[in-house]
Design a protein around this ligand. Structure first.
Ligand code: NG6
Ligand code: CA
Length: 495
């Protein structure tokens, strides 16, 4: 080779090495984990060393939002890029609901798949399965595999809802055809244990709901019979999901991959592995946080072991804010002590206040994101489709995804600002713009008409939303009302 060719090829090699390649993306999606539940966000009653490691080696966001305040609408928005308030049927689903994302519609997963990623989901699905009456003993589709995931290992809905089994791709795992499963949200099956009648023998008592089928000694929502070999045990669920997540990473390591790891922790019923029982002073809810953090550690260990850390973006976030008593008597209230599950924020799961949707958001990518930083950039999970697609060198189709924005520069810490304003959804829609937040409320009872009124908070001065300052700031309130109106007036995108 002549010297000039040598120089040229060396320059090319350097360019190739410096070019940002497509990172793997591991999205760890906790259930009902509050902003303040991690020690990197101020918790002191328990420690979350593995999540904290993500914060230490990556970027910790103080204004990360789920797109809704319960599971189904948050997940719907995160996968489709459309706020759930634009679409009917996106509320909390029963375990026998049909898939609410039409096959063929662009999703976070299908966009990454289209960009060459191998895609997998492990954990809680809760977006429905099948079309029409589901035959739980046959091929169950459409489901995750029809909306962009190459592989899936999921629970259909939630840990507190039937069917209490795992599904691998289109079928129930470990199902014995001689012992078929039946599921009903209407009628009990004769001869099966019942959460009301057999209440005295339950492993964990219920406080409201959760008194229908009894599976693994725990009352659930809905009824089921059969499938005894396929039923999960709550105590090993976190381990099972962690193993499946690690296995997906191991099997996918030779190509770009996207893993959506949606843990059951820390949703009810909070029944952890005996290794975690009593490990925190906060009872089952605290122990479930510790067990969730262990799952994070399992994933990070696998990434390290396979030498993938530098080329993997790991995101940790939650589908909605925290809840204490969510239907089981698990001492979440009694043993809370001084712990603040939502950190400095007001409310929690199902609340339009910040605690409902301001969730932990951590991003680590050693090859690209500077370690140890914090960011106040506003990012919503509804932005993940456009943002991750951009990261993968693709673009997210806009036609059915009116709400997703590319906030990649903010996510990678290259820009201090993300969205200028974000909509928050919990039955009603609120808006935060900069430091200000506007919540529509109905006029107090006794007023002549149920006229819409508004509350206004200054989140910089008053993150806990203690003082409504709407009367003192009419111009600010008017500006936010306009933003809210323009953000919510789009018609549903339809099918
Ligand atoms: C509620 C359940 C609650 C939980 C929630 C969904 C009762 C009384 N309450 O209806 O326990 O399952 O739905 O949570 O049944 S989510 O995080 O999946 O949205
Ligand atoms: Ca949830």
């Amino acid at each position: 080779m002549t010297p000039s060719v040598l120089i040229l090829s060396a320059t090319l090699a350097a360019l190739v090495a410096a070019a940002p390649s497509k990172p793997n993306i591991v999205l760890i999606y906790a259930d009902d984990l509050g902003y303040g539940d991690l020690s990197c966000n101020g918790a002191t009653a328990l420690q979350t060393p593995h999540s904290d490691r993500l914060a230490k080696e990556g970027l910790n966001f103080s204004s990360g939002y789920s797109a809704a305040t319960t599971c189904t609408p948050s997940r719907y928005s995160m996968l489709t890029g459309e706020y759930a308030f634009r679409q009917k049927g996106t509320g909390i689903l029963p375990g026998d609901a049909n898939l609410i994302i039409e096959p063929g519609r662009a999703t976070l997963a299908s966009a990454l798949k289209g960009a060459g990623y191998k895609t997998g989901v492990v954990g809680k699905w809760h977006l429905g399965l099948g079309a029409g009456v589901i035959d739980w003993n046959g091929e169950i589709k459409p489901g995750p595999n029809e909306v962009g995931f190459d592989e899936s290992f999921i629970m259909a809905a939630t840990g507190d809802r039937v069917p209490c089994v795992f599904l691998r791709n289109h079928g129930i795992e470990n199902l014995d055809p001689a012992d078929p499963i039946q599921v009903s949200y209407k009628n009990p099956f004769p001869g099966e244990a019942d959460g009301v009648r057999d209440r005295g023998s339950l492993k964990m008592d219920w406080s409201h709901g959760h008194n229908q089928a009894v599976i693994n000694g725990v009352g659930r929502i809905g009824y089921m019979t059969g499938g005894s070999k396929a039923r999960w045990t709550d105590e090993t669920m976190a381990e099972t999901f962690a193993k499946e997540a690690v296995s997906f990473i191991e099997r996918s390591k030779d190509q770009a991959f996207f893993l959506y790891f949606a843990t059951h922790g820390v949703h009810v019923p909070r029944i952890v592995n005996p290794r975690f029982a009593g490990k925190t002073p906060m009872g089952p809810r605290g122990d479930a946080i510790a067990e969730f953090d262990w799952q994070v550690g399992q994933v990070l260990d696998a990434i390290d072991r396979l030498g993938l850390a530098d080329e993997t973006l790991v995101i940790l976030t939650s589908d909605n804010g925290p809840v204490l008593d969510d239907g089981y008597k698990d001492q979440a209230v009694e043993k809370l002590g001084s712990h603040k599950p939502a950190g400095p924020f007001r409310g929690g799961k199902s609340s339009i206040h910040e605690g409902g949707s301001r969730v932990p958001l951590l991003a680590r990518w050693p090859g690209r994101v500077k370690p140890g930083g914090t960011s106040g950039a506003i990012i919503s999970q509804v932005d993940f489709p456009a943002t991750f697609a951009t990261l993968a060198g693709a673009s997210f189709p806009k036609d059915r995804a009116p709400d997703t924005r590319n906030v990649l520069p903010a996510l990678l810490g290259e820009s201090p600002t993300g969205r200028e304003h974000v909509l928050q959804y919990s039955g009603i829609v609120a808006v935060r713009a900069g430091d200000w937040k506007l919540i529509p409320t109905k006029a107090a009872k006794g007023a002549k008409k149920a006229k819409l009124e508004f509350q206004l908070y200054n989140l910089a001065k008053d993150p806990g939303e203690t003082t409504d300052v709407v009367a003192e700031n009419p111009e600010k309130a008017a500006a936010l009302r306009k933003l809210l109106a323009s953000g919510t007036d789009s018609p549903p995108t339809g099918g």
